[in-house]
Design a protein around this ligand. Sequence first.
Ligand code: CIZ
Length: 430
Amino acid sequence: MTSVQVKIQSFDPARPAPGSATSPVAASCTPELAVSPWNFDAGAPAYGPGSSMEDVAPAETPRQGVIPEEYRLADDAELHERICHAKERLGNDLVVLGHFYQRDEVIEHADFVGDSFQLANAALTRQDAKYIVFCGVHFMAETADILSRDDQAVVLPNLAAGCSMADMADSSSVEECWEQLMELYADEVDDGRAAVVPVTYMNSSAALKSFVGRNGGIVCTSSNAATVLEWAFERGRRVLFFPDQHLGRNTAKAMGVPLEAMPMWNPRLPLGGNDEQALHAAQVILWHGFCSVHKRFTVEQIDDARARYPEANVIVHPESPMEVVDAADSSGSTDFIRKAVAAATEPSVFAIGTEINMVNRLADEYPQHTIFCLDPVICPCSTMYRIHPGYLAWVLEELVAGRIVNRITVDAATTEHAKTALQRMLDAKP
Ligand code: CIZ
């Protein structure tokens, strides 16, 4: 994956921030999005306001702590000025990465905008940068640290910006699952292939990327999941896919794997809640994880969109439920969605099933098209949303003062095996 879109929008202080009291998001989504983000960093670990609010953050989720008052009290225009000024002072020592799902007030300052893996690679093009400030979530900053040099510091502006889906597969539950599977499959006839190959989605901790690296497995993104599954089937009789059940199911189904050969592994139950027979017959074992934003999309929303716009091109992200992917015209990664819109030469209607900041940005960039989100009350990704410009201003001004705060570091052993798993993905050919 090479194409990284360089930022294209200009700052418009008049445009309400998604979730601000005057924004359409606040009007149709949870009122808590209008609450100051600082409130959430003072309390227990939580994912904050928005669609994944009911997901329980693990106790070990990093706590951000409250940042100095000057950043909490500053208005949008002041923060914008301060960020621009700090960026100027840091010059080529700094690269700022902005994920597609970030709010506009943050994207405005990004040197590169893209998906998680594009951004980690984009950072590699900036060998002169001492500081990589990743406006995204925790696993993304970890990936950037794995791929960057040791003397480059990766900074996540708000430490509490995790990913609820990534957190649904923690190392100890996956290790436990692995032990049970190894024991179960120990008696199978050796046909030269592994009994099971672990595949982790990019949206997972560095520890899990390392786990798959150590156990003959591989990483995938939403752009290359089918290629990666082919790679895994060449080497194993079955696949253990985590953390996102939907990406695993949608991809394997499109490759012809029957649904009955895809049992789900619930980490809270013995054998994941399955009987031995089902696990022996399995081709893909799906972890019980999901994205709280994409699971909100429904077939009814697609029907409504088509009732309003019969010509609508419905594109959804493959983290959406299977029925939704089946009912859509197409499905694909954030980059696939962006490219589909960019490729339309005639004014068109796009009904999109992905995160709202990205959909709104596409609508702004391509005013010749009618572009809207399938879910009329969708919230932004609540964990991405935690990167408020106040945090960005704070980490950058700390860097100007010679202090690195919120550095994300992956230890050497984890890095080594995670790199192996990432390299296998890069080497996997369709
Ligand atoms: O990998 C990413 O950045 C995510 C979250 C999804 C995608 O499709 O790009």
